[in-house]
Design a protein around this ligand. Sequence first.
Ligand SMILES: C[S@@+](CC[C@H](N)C(=O)[O-])C[C@H]1O[C@@H](n2cnc3c(N)ncnc32)[C@H](O)[C@@H]1O
Length: 357
Amino acid sequence: MVGTAHRSTGVDGVDGGVGLTALLVAAARAIETHRQDSLARDIYAEHFVQAAPASVDWPIRIQQVPEGDADPLWGRFARYFGLRTRVLDDFLLRSVQTDARQVVLLGAGLDTRAYRLDWPADCVVFEIDQPGVLAFKHEVLDRLSAVPKATRIPVPVDLRADWVAALTAAGFDPAAPSAWLAEGLLFYLPHAVETQLIDTVHRLSADGSALAYEAKLEKDLLQYRDSPLYTATKDRIGIDLLNLFNLEPRPDSAGDLAGRGWSTSVHTPFDFTRRHGRGPLPEPNDALEGNRWVFADKSPRSNGASRCGALPPGRGRGRRGGRVVGGFRLPRYGIRTGLTTRPDSQSRSAWLMSASG
Ligand SMILES: C[S@@+](CC[C@H](N)C(=O)[O-])C[C@H]1O[C@@H](n2cnc3c(N)ncnc32)[C@H](O)[C@@H]1O
């Protein structure tokens, strides 16, 4: 166990502390689901929101929000979560189309991908989160008689404890390829816990495995303290994200993975907004400015060459130095993102991501 303190309250359910953030994401997914131009649909999301006393009054449709899309919380931030859900849905589905048959959702929260997505028949989805969060999730899904579309194995354990023992005891096989997801998780964890988690994912990942995670780059997150997104989330629904985030300097996990032979690619959410034609765009005093979505894959030939062989035309590095992915040019890694990666490797994960949707 890495013994550094969590910044949350010690509550391990959805009523408070970091567990409450799972309800925020669920409400955002409910709103996204009911949009005519939704990027992702989650029919279970609104049931979580309505089942928890903390969120029963939150909106589940954009029509219930007086300012609509102009609302920083239920408009822009919720759309951010809708976009993130879609991009990571695509990542996981592409990953299981190739090698991986085991999916591990780290800090799964109220993620219902095991129930929503069309998985291969032999796929297993492991969900790791705090016991109280998973207990609430089961209560709601059982009441709905929800049936998973893959073998789903909850692993109720704190990621600061010995989660590897719990995961392997639940049937995870480190010798087989796996797809890992840490969505909306790492910035809540102390530096040492993130470092250990990435190291552990590396050790448990056979060749052919893939990982996606969300990171925040800011050296000083507090500079966005007064941003509309943070203030609305704090003042209106009582979630003080800056108090829940771990404010220690973040490790360079993408760089660590690249140093261990993984191919990594780092993207802003805005890259995907442009790709999908909807989602948040940059704005002044923007709490989303430092958010990065990182895709990594581990393969015997990821050292500069994609395991997928030749990429579709136009998806290599462009003349101006950034990669052209899905018809648009990505920023040069390591310049705009500040995250280290291997600039010359065209990763399978970039292809997985760009070929989707
Ligand atoms: C913002 S929510 C994201 C949930 C889910 N990944 C999603 O995107 O819908 C963060 C989740 O991380 C979980 N989490 C945070 N710290 C954790 C820890 N130390 N151990 C297990 N889960 C943790 C919380 O309980 C919560 O469900």
